[in-house]
Unconditional design. Sequence first.
Length: 136
Amino acid sequence: MAKHELDGRVYGSRYHGTRTTTDLADLAERIITELPSAGAENIPVGTEFSIHVMVGVLLHVYVGGLSDEFTFSDRTSGRHSEQATELGNALTRIVESYGWTNPSDPTDRRFVCSVYLLAESDFRSSFWTPGVVRVA
């Protein structure tokens, strides 16, 4: 990330390619298209994404297609495995590289990102919409 001296913002490495995109849903469409190749070395084969844009500032990135064995450390705790945690962190870094933050003002952000790794039962449900950006 590079700090801009005039406004104090720290811009992500992919921000400049999307700086003219002001609508968050349009940005989410771009992210969902680029996400599989942006982190290809960390993303397991068969992984699918869906993004929900909430209240114009929140990006909820849903990740499906992962086995429960990959996602969870065991079947009883519901905790993510180390590899799933690493994947979630890597995806968060990729998505956040499209935005900016301001160390002097925590509310000055392009968006706030949350990544959700879905259990097999979730991505096999009728509510799972891979490849789709939803706006709420």
